[in-house]
Every structure is written in C-alpha cells, then in structure tokens.
Design a protein around this ligand. Structure first.
Ligand SMILES: [Zn+2]
Length: 491
C-alpha cells in the first residue's frame, strides 16, 4: 500500500480512531469539530509532503554545533490556521500570561534538555536547529502535531480534550518524530510505523519522568501518554498506557483503548496507516518491561539502548518489530553487557517477539594484526564486525563464524584468513597476502597487547607392556597387541 494515499494525520498525537469515534457518537457540534480535525490533518499532511520533498531536494549535511544550541520560539496562531503566526515568547524571555505559551516553552525546553543532557543530542537534528511551536491553532482543534519543521498545538474542544500543551510527554512525543525523521526515518505504516509511534511514546515518557520533581525511576513512573488531555467527561486516564496497553480509556463516546500488549493480539487493519497508534502498544510494553527490569531511571539504561538503536545505521526505514528488537539486544550488550542484553531479550519475549541471539563472539570492534613475507612485515587494521556478515572500518570485507572458527576475506586484495577465535583473541594463518605467506591474530579493542593464552597440551597416556601407565622420557619400541604402544624407559 502506498502510504502517500492514506488519509490521516501523520504525526498527530490523537489517533484517528478517537476522532472518528467522536464523529460516530458525539453531539452534532462535537462531530463537526472532530471532522474538522480529521480534515485539517489531511491538508497539513499534503503540505508536509511537499515540504519533505523540497527538503529532500535541497538537503545538505548539517554540521553539528559544538555547544548546545537551545532556541525556543513560541508563536500564537490566534485561533486561525496560519503558521507559524505571531511570535509571543522566544528563548530567554520570561513567562507570559498565556498558560499555553508557557507550557509549550517549558515542554520544548524539557525535551531539549533530556536529549542534550542524557544523549548529547543537540536539538532535533543534532545540529542545533531552532525549536518553533505554535499554540492556539484553529478553533477547538483536537490535536497536536509536528509538521516536519515545527510543533503545533490545538486548544482542544473543551468537551473531551483540554489544551494540548498540558501534557509534557505529548511535546516530547511530537519532537521525537523529528528526531526519528533525522535518524532511522522509520516508514509511517504497519510495523515500522508502529515502531515510529512507539519511539515517540518512549522518549515522550522519558521527558516526563526526567522533568518530574523529583525525577522518577522506571518503577515510580505511571507510563501514561497524554495524562491530563482528557476532560473529566471522559472515562479514561490518558491516550495510551505503556505499562498496561489497552487500559488507558473506556468511554461511551471515545470507545475503548484498542492497544495490544502482545503479538498474539496484533491488530491487522488498513486504518490508521496499518494501526500505527494501535500496535505501538507492543513495542511500548517491551520498553516498559525492559526499563523496569534494568532499574533506576529509565533513560540510564533502557533509554540509552533505545536511543543507540534509533541512531544505529543498520536500522532500516522498513524495520519490523523483530529487526528493531534484535538491534536493541545487540546494543544492550555493546553498551552494558550480557545481563542487560538478557533483560532486553526477556522484555521482548514477554510481548511475543522472540530474539534468537546470534552467538556473535566477534561482533564489535577488533584490531587485526598481521605479519607476512620473508622480512616479517607487520601491520594492523581496526575492523568493526557487523551482524550482517560484513566488516568495515579500516578495511571492508566479509566474515563468517561457526562456533570458534572464523573466515575473513577482504573486498580488495587476495588475502584470506582462517582461524579460531575465543574470548578476546583470535589467531590463525593467512592463505596469501600479496602472494606471500603470513599469520595473524585478532584482539578485541581495549585488550590490545593481550597475548594468546596457550592451552595446556594434554600428554598422551603411555602404557608399558605390562599395562602400567608410565611417565618420563620414553622410547617407542613397537605396537602391542591391543594397540597400546610398547615402550621402555629411555636410558
Ligand atoms: Zn505520533
């Protein structure tokens, strides 16, 4: 299916199924507002597409700034649909009398601070881009969204929804769509789209836990997305729950939270771009389980693992849940270790995503040392072993490993390597190096200088003609009738 032909908001916080429920069951006036929100989403979507195309055509590589560049500009649309509208508060200026303006300013700041202080990311593009936001968009507008270059907040209809600046995780969610667009650029449909939504919920929730006073640990957080958005009229606490997907609301008009928490309940649908706001419950819950298992503040371990994954060049735009899960397990091992990797594997397993850990003894960064030729030339090269069977870094090539045996070949040059790897060291022989014989060893980076440990060579058991085990210097004199070697003591 062509995602360009789908007709709902790409990055709005309120999923279309909620707005559609209001259209179906709300009062006439409420239905009109909901219809307007749905229609506006479509229009915004079209203009966003052309903006994206324009950006793609004029794309230049951003130069990351050395110092963090925090520049918030909050505008008001004065209840029109003109963007960005009138500038009302920019970086460093004090609060205004407009609570929406101040909440937007603070929420943008909280999101910037989490990304900079914890992940050293300099704004959405990691190059210090300004953070513009417009409040009071349209009239009674039931959504908030990131349009590819700025944040936009509606005031809500006042019947079902409060103002959309009220929930800081909504701001973190929307800005994270910008981060994802600059990194993995996950396609906005089906599983990659649900991952895109989930990543926004994950970092939105982290922003909320990070600015909470005092900061919350994974087990203290409520893991609700958009708490406070619903008015008292709605039977529900939030838009979504990462801790218990499917339980956030159950309302006469809005219907019931449709999020699954397990692959057994994955929703196959063409609505909502293939259920991107629905099936996101599955990776959301996996993150929650990992964060609680890893303990402490969720950004310290689980957040760092997820952040490394969205920035991982191996995460493709069409990644499925399992692809994403595999990379989180690998990044957990790289960043922290085996126990953390197991916690991540367990979390995914509990939502029905079964990671089969590849025994990649040599994944990661190694140095290949080699010597060759009659004059004992020596050289070394740093290599990063990727899980797809390639290596890169100082040279490119392919590798394969079966248990302790490894084969390496370079994309250029005739050298082939075969040998064994165990722990932090590998060793073996080269078939050719520029036509010359050679030998090599691999050392895990950080352990350069470690010498290969020679295993103890077990002595063959030697039995004399009388069947007794003997030791000492022995001289082979013949073969006995039962295959035993006949020996006598030397000298
Ligand atoms: Zn979203």
């Amino acid at each position: 299916m062509d995602p360009l032909n789908r007709s709902h908001s790409i990055f709005g916080i309120v999923p279309p199924h909620i707005l559609e429920a209001i259209v179906r069951s709300g009062e006439p006036k409420e239905r009109e507002w909901a219809l307007r929100a749905l229609a506006a989403d479509t229009t915004i979507r079209s203009s966003r597409m052309s903006l994206h195309l324009m950006k793609a055509l004029t794309r230049v590589t951003p130069v990351p700034a050395i110092a963090p560049h925090k520049q918030r500009n909050v505008y008001t649309a004065n209840n029109t649909t003109t963007l960005p509208g009138t500038l009302v508060r920019s970086e460093g200026q004090g609060p205004t009398s407009d609570v929406s303006v101040n909440e937007a300013y603070d929420g943008l700041g909280a999101t910037f601070d989490l990304y900079w202080n914890i992940f050293q990311r300099n704004s959405i593009d990691d190059a210090g881009m300004n953070l513009p936001a417009t409040v009071h968009y349209d009239q009674k507008y039931d959504n908030a969204f990131w349009d590819g270059s700025q944040m936009v907040f509606g005031d809500g209809d006042g019947i079902y929804f409060n103002r959309f600046t009220i929930a800081v995780d909504v701001i973190g969610h929307e800005l994270t769509h910008g981060v994802t667009a600059h990194e993995a650029n996950l396609a906005y449909h089906d599983q990659p789209g649900a991952l895109n939504e989930s990543v926004s919920d994950v970092f939105g929730s982290l922003v909320k836990q990070y600015v909470h006073s005092p900061q919350q640990t994974a087990s203290q957080a409520d893991w609700l997305i958009g708490a406070g958005l619903f008015t008292a009229k709605v039977q529900g606490v939030a838009l979504r729950s990462m801790k218990a997907p499917g339980t956030a609301y159950n309302d006469r008009v809005l219907g019931k939270d449709p999020q699954p928490a397990h692959m057994n309940n994955y929703v196959n649908t063409t609505a909502d771009n293939g259920g991107v706001h629905i099936n996101s419950g599955i990776p959301n819950h996996a993150f929650y389980l990992a964060a609680v298992a890893l303990g402490g503040h969720a950004w310290e371990k689980a957040g760092a693992i997820w952040y490394a994954t969205i920035c991982d060049s191996r995460l493709s735009a069409n990644a499925q849940f399992l692809d994403f899960a595999n990379l989180t397990a690998e990044n957990a091992a790289k960043l922290f270790g085996a126990a953390e990797q197991q916690a991540v594997i367990n979390a995914w397993q509990q939502v029905g995503i079964n990671i089969v850990p590849i025994p990649l003894k040599i994944f990661g960064n190694w140095t290949l040392h080699f010597s060759w030729g009659p004059t004992n030339n020596y050289s070394s090269v740093n290599l990063m072993f990727n899980s797809n069977g390639t290596f890169s870094g100082g040279a490119n090539g392919k590798w394969s490993q079966q248990d302790g045996t490894i084969l390496l070949s370079f994309d250029s040059g005739p050298a082939k390597y075969a040998g064994t790897v165990d722990g932090n060291i590998g060793t073996g022989a080269m078939s050719t190096f520029s036509g010359l014989e050679g030998c090599w060893y691999l050392s895990k980076q950080g352990t350069v200088g470690v010498l290969p440990e020679l295993g103890a060579v077990s002595q063959p058991k030697i039995i004399d003609v009388n069947g007794n085990v003997v030791s000492g210097e022995l001289e082979l004199t013949g073969v006995g009738t039962k295959g035993t070697r006949v020996v006598k003591r030397a000298g």
